[in-house]
Design a protein around this ligand. Structure first.
Ligand code: FES
Length: 106
């Protein structure tokens, strides 16, 4: 069962930027794009780059190492959707962002 974890206040992630938080021993990147917030695994499934360092635009993040592009809504690679990174739901409670991750690492 996923557990909600508070990660930061809404205003702490500027538009087009991200933060990385450790939740249940996983590095999770939380992005702010176009007024919405998204959370996916920070580690790129290709070769392990930190996706939080990628370019965010139009609901996607582009990996800084080899430019694989992932949809922030479900973690799927744009040109090869069978390749995915884990995706987590984000809730805003008051002015605090919360990310839901499973109790145990997968
Ligand atoms: S490490 Fe992300 S595309 Fe290669």
């Amino acid at each position: 069962m996923p557990q909600l974890h508070p990660v930061c206040k809404v205003g702490e992630i500027p538009l087009g930027e991200s933060i990385v938080v450790t939740l249940n021993k996983k590095e999770v990147a939380v992005f702010h794009d176009d007024g919405k917030f998204y959370a996916i695994d920070d580690m790129c499934p290709h070769a392990g780059a930190s996706l939080s360092g990628g370019h965010v635009e139009n609901g996607t993040v582009t990996c800084p190492w080899h430019a694989w592009c992932f949809r922030l809504t479900d973690g799927a690679r744009i040109n090869s959707p069978k390749v995915k990174t884990a995706c987590y739901s984000v809730e805003i409670i008051g002015d605090v962002l919360h990310v839901a991750v499973p109790d145990k690492p997968e």
